[in-house]
Design a protein around this ligand. Structure first.
Ligand code: FMN
Ligand code: SF4
Ligand code: SF4
Length: 459
């Protein structure tokens, strides 16, 4: 049976599933119940400095975007860091770690951006016996206006400086939680590395406004007659986070940085995707808030079965396997050709593929044959864009099939052969070593129609 245990930033955990710092990890009551359900670790809800606790709104602090079947696929919040007294949190953390020594317990921290503030909180947190700290440089609302959270995370110099203070003034592993509200995630990741971080975790929430009630003209969610922007998370943010994780994992300067993947993880499959892109473990918030702590059971059994089926003995066996397959656009093979194909046995003749391709793509799907409703792809027009596959309501009814080497692409008239990237393409004025067209040009069947954008001349 596959071994699901992980050692992340030196912190041991029986499985890679941690609860992210958020309401699910707000107090001992939650964390203990989460451990009982099987969570491998938690990042305790962010603690602030000693003093009067922060005050949250007492109106709607959450918003959601639902699918038509009422599934929550986007979630937003305007909640602040913990509003419970520091001493109470520290006491509970100490007790929980003592009672659950085999589970990971990391404490999330956010204090003002001064060395004194960090120097003051680090020893009292270390004294709890927790496994490490996560620096919350990510919350984009409320605390950022006070110079914390994403206000720090958006400035690489601050990220480096605070990380360094934490490494200097404590012996605990330091995980730096990154904000996605930046234009290049690699910059704060590099800064965290320079500061001595043991790992980064990403993403925290994305700046968002969930909508407007058009009867009252009130932006949502609103509290007492006003609204404010919040942080977006849930299934909808997974693609954004996956991209950021992969950027860090494939960039030479940061590729050795340990990554905790966060954002939209609902199932074991999501976790495998993050791990394949370089994450050493994953963190979950929204799925736990919407479905409860029990979701981890299916995550564990699903991941274990998958790893057994694929003969991965450990998480490390599969970590990063998809990273070498990520590249920049300019290195994609422009000689690769795929065409859409409709399985007539599965087609329910709804016509959606035809409308999408006709109105917005390449007019490559006919809607009629011999006077009868019938949908079929015209290879000579299809550019393999995938739009019809995505809009078809029947799964696997339309597939994209790659043309084998040596066959002719009847749209362009070229033999499918070879491998030219943009850097070698004759249409690229900046190409240093342009390669001639890959295969033999045999004469397109519809040269006239495409003469305007078919750049290679007919023989
Ligand atoms: C209600 C709520 C409160 C949150 N509070 C915190 C917090 O205190 N500290 C923190 O680092 N992240 C906080 N987050 C962000 C989550 O830890 C996580 O990074 C984000 O929700 C993305 O994961 P998800 O898509 O699984 O929810 C919060 C998220 C939500 C929804
Ligand atoms: S792949 Fe694109 S171009 Fe080809 S049939 Fe489908 S929508 Fe049209
Ligand atoms: S969208 Fe799918 S089901 Fe509908 S007509 Fe096209 S192929 Fe058939």
């Amino acid at each position: 049976m596959a071994d699901l245990s992980t050692t992340f930033a030196g912190i041991k955990s029986p499985n890679p599933f941690w609860l992210a710092s958020a309401p699910p990890t707000d107090k001992a009551y939650n964390v203990v119940r989460a451990y009982k359900e099987g969570w491998g670790g938690v990042v305790w809800k962010t603690l602030g400095e000693d003093g009067p606790p922060v005050v949250n709104v007492s109106g709607p602090r959450y918003g959601a975007i639902h699918s038509q079947d009422r599934r929550v696929y986007g979630f937003n919040n305007i909640e602040l860091i913990t509003d419970r007294p520091l001493a109470v949190n520290l006491q509970e953390i100490k007790q929980v770690k003592r009672d659950w020594p085999d589970r990971a317990l990391v404490v999330s921290l956010m204090v003002p951006c001064t060395e004194e503030s960090w120097k003051a909180i680090l020893p009292v947190v270390e004294e709890t016996g927790c496994d490490g700290i996560e620096l919350n440089f990510g919350c984009p609302h409320g605390m950022s206006e006070r110079g914390m959270g994403s206000a720090v995370g958006q400035v690489p110099e601050y990220v480096e400086m605070v990380t360094r203070w934490c490494k200097q003034h404590s012996r605990m592993p330091v995980i730096v939680k990154l904000t996605p509200n930046v234009s290049d995630i690699r910059k704060p990741a590099e800064a965290a590395m320079r500061g001595g971080a043991d790992a980064v975790s990403l993403i925290n929430t994305i700046n968002s406004l969930m909508g407007v009630d058009i009867d009252t003209m009130m932006p949502l969610p609103s509290t007492g007659g006003y609204a404010t922007h919040g942080g977006y998370c849930g299934a909808a943010v997974k693609p954004i986070s996956l991209n950021m994780v992969s950027e860090i994992a494939r960039t030479p300067a940061t590729r050795n940085l340990s990554i905790s993947g966060i954002g939209g993880i609902e199932t074991w499959r999501d976790a495998v995707e993050y791990i394949a892109l370089g994450a050493g473990n994953v963190q979950v918030c929204t799925a736990a808030m919407v479905y409860g702590f029990r979701v981890v059971k299916e995550m564990i059994t699903g991941l274990s079965d998958y790893m057994d089926a694929k003969c991965y003995r450990s998480i490390e066996d599969m970590r990063g396997l998809a990273v070498p397959k990520m590249t920049d656009w300019q290195y994609l093979n422009l000689d690769y050709v795929a065409k859409a194909k409709i399985n007539q046995d599965l087609c329910i003749q709804c016509g959606r593929c035809h409308i999408s391709c006709e109105d917005t793509s390449h007019q490559a799907i006919s809607s009629e044959k011999d006077g009868v409703r019938h949908f079929e792809v015209r290879e000579e027009d299809c550019v393999g864009c995938n739009l019809c596959v995505l809009v078809c309501p029947v799964e696997n009814c339309i597939t994209l099939e790659s043309k084998p080497e040596g066959s002719i692409d009847i749209r362009t008239g070229y033999e499918v052969k070879g491998h030219r990237t943009w850097l070698e393409h004759p249409n690229n004025p900046g190409a240093t070593n342009p390669k001639p067209p890959a295969g033999k040009y045999v004469g397109a069947q519809h040269v006239e129609k495409h003469a305007d954008f078919c750049s290679e001349p007919a023989e």
